[in-house]
Design a protein around this ligand. Structure first.
Ligand code: THU
Length: 133
């Protein structure tokens, strides 16, 4: 799938955001190697620490449909930010475990600014299951 389509899906996913506290809607889309797209949006709660980010919801959505790290080929996120929206630290940790190291991650905003990166760049020296051994 062309990167533009994945970015459009992430922008569409913003509409699913439940963000009455921050009024900051984020959308994300994960692409699989068989062409499926799984969406995620941020879902907030009056108990603020329970808020869940768009990127994690999109990844968990793909996993809940039976897909695994090796099946995932792209991830896009979109928010109304000045520059391309950058994943938070918690999402970087989850991305580093659930998403391939060098597959493209497209950070974007609703104006159409895009920056491509990957999990390795987003979280160098990540803590991982290897450290638990
Ligand atoms: N948020 C995301 O969904 N993804 C990020 O990477 C950054 C932050 C959400 C969490 C919260 O609902 C709102 O944006 C404001 O922080």
């Amino acid at each position: 799938m062309p990167k533009k389509e994945l970015l459009i899906k992430a922008q569409e996913a913003r509409k699913l955001s439940y963000s009455p506290y921050s009024n900051f809607a984020v959308g994300a889309a994960v692409e699989t190697n068989d062409g499926q797209i799984f969406l995620g949006a941020n879902v907030e709660n009056s108990s603020y620490p329970l808020c869940m980010c768009a990127e994690r919801n999109a990844l968990y959505n793909a996993y809940m449909h039976g897909y695994k790290k090796e099946d995932l080929v792209g991830l896009a996120l979109c928010a109304d930010t000045d520059g391309p929206c950058s994943p938070c630290g918690a999402c970087r940790q989850v991305i580093s475990e659930l998403f391939p190291k060098t597959a493209p991650i497209y950070m974007s905003n609703i104006k159409g600014d895009v920056k491509e990166t990957n999990a390795e760049e987003l979280l160098p020296f990540a803590f991982s299951s290897e450290d638990l051994k």
